[in-house]
Design a protein around this ligand. Structure first.
Ligand code: ADE
Length: 216
Protein backbone atom coordinates (compact mmCIF):
# COMPACT_ATOMS: atom_id res chain seq x y z
CA UNK A 1 0.00 0.00 0.00
CA UNK A 2 2.72 2.47 0.99
CA UNK A 3 5.21 1.42 -1.68
CA UNK A 4 2.90 2.46 -4.49
CA UNK A 5 1.89 5.65 -2.68
CA UNK A 6 5.48 6.75 -2.16
CA UNK A 7 6.31 6.06 -5.80
CA UNK A 8 3.80 8.65 -6.88
CA UNK A 9 3.13 12.31 -6.48
CA UNK A 10 5.08 14.83 -4.58
CA UNK A 11 6.94 12.27 -2.52
CA UNK A 12 8.42 10.71 -5.62
CA UNK A 13 9.65 14.14 -6.70
CA UNK A 14 11.13 14.84 -3.27
CA UNK A 15 12.87 11.49 -3.37
CA UNK A 16 14.33 12.09 -6.83
CA UNK A 17 15.62 15.49 -5.76
CA UNK A 18 17.09 13.85 -2.64
CA UNK A 19 15.12 16.21 -0.44
CA UNK A 20 13.39 13.40 1.43
CA UNK A 21 13.98 9.68 1.59
CA UNK A 22 11.43 7.13 2.70
CA UNK A 23 12.31 3.64 3.89
CA UNK A 24 9.66 1.02 4.57
CA UNK A 25 10.27 -1.63 7.20
CA UNK A 26 8.28 -4.79 7.73
CA UNK A 27 7.83 -5.38 11.45
CA UNK A 28 7.40 -9.10 10.77
CA UNK A 29 11.11 -9.36 9.98
CA UNK A 30 11.73 -8.43 13.59
CA UNK A 31 9.11 -10.80 15.00
CA UNK A 32 9.59 -13.32 17.79
CA UNK A 33 10.56 -16.81 16.53
CA UNK A 34 7.59 -19.18 16.91
CA UNK A 35 7.66 -22.21 14.60
CA UNK A 36 7.26 -21.32 10.93
CA UNK A 37 6.20 -17.71 11.29
CA UNK A 38 7.74 -14.88 13.18
CA UNK A 39 5.19 -13.67 15.66
CA UNK A 40 4.37 -9.99 15.97
CA UNK A 41 1.08 -10.03 17.88
CA UNK A 42 -0.48 -11.79 20.85
CA UNK A 43 -3.59 -11.94 23.02
CA UNK A 44 -4.27 -9.05 25.40
CA UNK A 45 -3.41 -9.76 29.02
CA UNK A 46 -6.60 -9.61 31.05
CA UNK A 47 -8.66 -10.75 28.07
CA UNK A 48 -10.70 -8.82 25.53
CA UNK A 49 -11.24 -9.09 21.81
CA UNK A 50 -8.48 -8.41 19.31
CA UNK A 51 -4.77 -8.99 19.06
CA UNK A 52 -2.10 -6.66 20.37
CA UNK A 53 1.24 -5.87 18.67
CA UNK A 54 4.09 -7.11 20.85
CA UNK A 55 6.81 -4.79 22.03
CA UNK A 56 9.85 -6.81 20.89
CA UNK A 57 9.46 -6.53 17.08
CA UNK A 58 8.86 -2.79 17.38
CA UNK A 59 11.85 -2.17 19.64
CA UNK A 60 14.10 -4.48 17.62
CA UNK A 61 13.19 -2.60 14.46
CA UNK A 62 13.84 0.82 16.03
CA UNK A 63 17.16 -0.31 17.44
CA UNK A 64 18.17 -1.64 14.05
CA UNK A 65 17.35 1.73 12.49
CA UNK A 66 19.23 3.65 15.16
CA UNK A 67 22.43 1.81 14.19
CA UNK A 68 22.24 3.86 10.98
CA UNK A 69 20.83 7.17 12.14
CA UNK A 70 19.49 8.80 15.28
CA UNK A 71 15.70 9.05 15.25
CA UNK A 72 14.50 12.55 16.10
CA UNK A 73 10.92 11.40 16.52
CA UNK A 74 9.11 8.09 16.85
CA UNK A 75 5.48 8.74 15.96
CA UNK A 76 2.70 6.24 16.51
CA UNK A 77 -0.26 6.73 14.17
CA UNK A 78 -3.39 6.06 16.22
CA UNK A 79 -6.97 7.34 16.42
CA UNK A 80 -6.43 8.12 20.12
CA UNK A 81 -3.46 10.41 19.44
CA UNK A 82 -3.39 14.22 19.14
CA UNK A 83 -5.34 15.38 16.11
CA UNK A 84 -2.97 16.35 13.27
CA UNK A 85 -2.80 20.07 12.54
CA UNK A 86 -0.74 22.16 10.16
CA UNK A 87 1.32 23.27 13.13
CA UNK A 88 2.44 19.66 13.78
CA UNK A 89 3.45 19.27 10.13
CA UNK A 90 5.35 22.57 10.16
CA UNK A 91 7.25 21.49 13.26
CA UNK A 92 8.01 18.02 11.92
CA UNK A 93 9.23 19.32 8.56
CA UNK A 94 12.39 20.62 10.24
CA UNK A 95 13.29 17.23 11.76
CA UNK A 96 15.94 15.16 10.11
CA UNK A 97 14.82 11.60 10.75
CA UNK A 98 11.34 10.47 11.74
CA UNK A 99 10.00 6.96 12.29
CA UNK A 100 6.27 6.48 11.76
CA UNK A 101 4.76 3.41 13.40
CA UNK A 102 1.70 2.00 11.67
CA UNK A 103 -0.41 -0.08 14.00
CA UNK A 104 -2.70 -2.89 13.01
CA UNK A 105 -4.67 -5.29 15.17
CA UNK A 106 -6.46 -3.93 18.20
CA UNK A 107 -3.50 -1.83 19.30
CA UNK A 108 0.09 -2.02 20.48
CA UNK A 109 1.63 -2.86 23.85
CA UNK A 110 1.34 0.22 26.09
CA UNK A 111 4.97 -0.14 27.23
CA UNK A 112 6.09 0.73 23.71
CA UNK A 113 3.84 3.79 23.69
CA UNK A 114 5.06 4.90 27.11
CA UNK A 115 8.79 4.44 26.65
CA UNK A 116 9.68 4.53 22.94
CA UNK A 117 7.12 6.74 21.23
CA UNK A 118 7.72 10.52 21.22
CA UNK A 119 4.28 11.53 19.85
CA UNK A 120 0.97 9.92 19.00
CA UNK A 121 -0.89 11.41 16.07
CA UNK A 122 -4.41 10.87 14.75
CA UNK A 123 -5.46 12.10 11.31
CA UNK A 124 -9.04 12.66 12.49
CA UNK A 125 -11.84 11.48 14.71
CA UNK A 126 -12.62 8.31 12.80
CA UNK A 127 -11.06 4.87 12.68
CA UNK A 128 -9.37 3.40 9.62
CA UNK A 129 -8.11 -0.15 9.36
CA UNK A 130 -4.43 0.46 9.86
CA UNK A 131 -1.95 3.26 10.42
CA UNK A 132 -0.57 3.09 6.86
CA UNK A 133 -2.97 5.57 5.28
CA UNK A 134 -2.52 7.87 8.26
CA UNK A 135 1.27 7.66 7.82
CA UNK A 136 0.87 8.48 4.13
CA UNK A 137 -1.20 11.56 4.98
CA UNK A 138 1.30 12.75 7.59
CA UNK A 139 4.29 12.13 5.28
CA UNK A 140 2.71 14.09 2.45
CA UNK A 141 1.84 17.03 4.69
CA UNK A 142 5.40 17.17 6.06
CA UNK A 143 7.31 16.58 2.83
CA UNK A 144 5.47 19.25 0.83
CA UNK A 145 6.84 21.82 3.31
CA UNK A 146 10.49 20.99 2.68
CA UNK A 147 12.00 23.86 0.64
CA UNK A 148 12.45 22.85 -2.98
CA UNK A 149 9.86 20.07 -2.97
CA UNK A 150 7.05 22.19 -4.42
CA UNK A 151 7.95 23.94 -7.63
CA UNK A 152 6.36 27.17 -6.41
CA UNK A 153 7.57 27.41 -2.83
CA UNK A 154 5.16 30.13 -1.88
CA UNK A 155 2.22 27.83 -2.54
CA UNK A 156 2.87 25.82 0.63
CA UNK A 157 3.04 29.02 2.67
CA UNK A 158 -0.30 30.26 1.39
CA UNK A 159 -2.12 26.96 1.95
CA UNK A 160 -5.28 26.90 3.98
CA UNK A 161 -4.41 26.77 7.71
CA UNK A 162 -0.96 28.33 7.32
CA UNK A 163 -2.31 31.70 8.43
CA UNK A 164 -4.75 30.05 10.83
CA UNK A 165 -7.57 30.54 8.28
CA UNK A 166 -9.03 28.64 5.36
CA UNK A 167 -7.96 29.71 1.89
CA UNK A 168 -9.87 32.39 -0.04
CA UNK A 169 -11.83 31.15 -3.11
CA UNK A 170 -9.93 30.82 -6.39
CA UNK A 171 -11.11 31.54 -9.93
CA UNK A 172 -9.65 31.05 -13.39
CA UNK A 173 -10.72 31.60 -16.99
CA UNK A 174 -13.29 32.13 -18.41
CA UNK A 175 -14.29 35.39 -16.77
CA UNK A 176 -17.89 34.43 -17.37
CA UNK A 177 -19.44 30.97 -17.66
CA UNK A 178 -23.23 30.72 -18.21
CA UNK A 179 -23.72 34.04 -16.51
CA UNK A 180 -21.53 32.99 -13.57
CA UNK A 181 -19.03 35.81 -13.17
CA UNK A 182 -15.65 36.06 -11.52
CA UNK A 183 -15.64 38.68 -8.71
CA UNK A 184 -14.86 42.05 -10.27
CA UNK A 185 -12.00 42.90 -7.90
CA UNK A 186 -9.89 39.94 -9.10
CA UNK A 187 -9.87 41.40 -12.61
CA UNK A 188 -9.05 44.92 -11.44
CA UNK A 189 -5.27 44.56 -11.31
CA UNK A 190 -5.37 46.44 -7.98
CA UNK A 191 -3.12 44.19 -5.84
CA UNK A 192 -3.93 45.92 -2.57
CA UNK A 193 -7.67 45.60 -3.16
CA UNK A 194 -7.25 41.95 -4.17
CA UNK A 195 -5.28 41.16 -1.04
CA UNK A 196 -7.90 42.88 1.13
CA UNK A 197 -10.71 40.97 -0.62
CA UNK A 198 -8.88 37.67 -0.13
CA UNK A 199 -8.32 38.36 3.57
CA UNK A 200 -12.00 39.17 4.03
CA UNK A 201 -13.10 36.11 2.11
CA UNK A 202 -10.78 33.85 4.09
CA UNK A 203 -12.19 35.21 7.34
CA UNK A 204 -15.83 34.90 6.22
CA UNK A 205 -15.28 31.36 4.96
CA UNK A 206 -13.50 30.31 8.14
CA UNK A 207 -16.28 31.81 10.32
CA UNK A 208 -18.85 29.86 8.36
CA UNK A 209 -17.14 26.48 7.91
CA UNK A 210 -14.59 26.25 10.73
CA UNK A 211 -15.43 28.71 13.52
CA UNK A 212 -13.35 26.52 15.87
CA UNK A 213 -10.19 27.75 14.09
CA UNK A 214 -10.99 31.31 15.14
CA UNK A 215 -11.55 30.27 18.76
CA UNK A 216 -8.08 28.72 18.81
N1 ADE B 1 -5.24 4.26 12.70
C1 ADE B 1 -6.56 3.99 12.63
N2 ADE B 1 -7.28 5.10 12.60
C2 ADE B 1 -6.41 6.15 12.65
C3 ADE B 1 -6.54 7.55 12.67
N3 ADE B 1 -7.72 8.15 12.62
N4 ADE B 1 -5.41 8.29 12.73
C4 ADE B 1 -4.20 7.70 12.81
N5 ADE B 1 -4.01 6.38 12.80
C5 ADE B 1 -5.10 5.60 12.71
Amino acid sequence: MLESFFQESIIKRANEKKLATIHLHDIREFGVESGIRKQVDDYAFGGGAGMVLRIEPLVNCLEDLEKEEKLDEVIFMTPDGKRLTQQHSNELSSKKCIALICGRYKGIDQRFRDHFVTREISIGDYVITGGELAAAVLSDSIIRLIPGVLSDESSALTDSFQGGLLDAPLYTRPEEFRNLKVPEVLLSGDHKAIEKWRDEQALTKTKKIRPDLLED
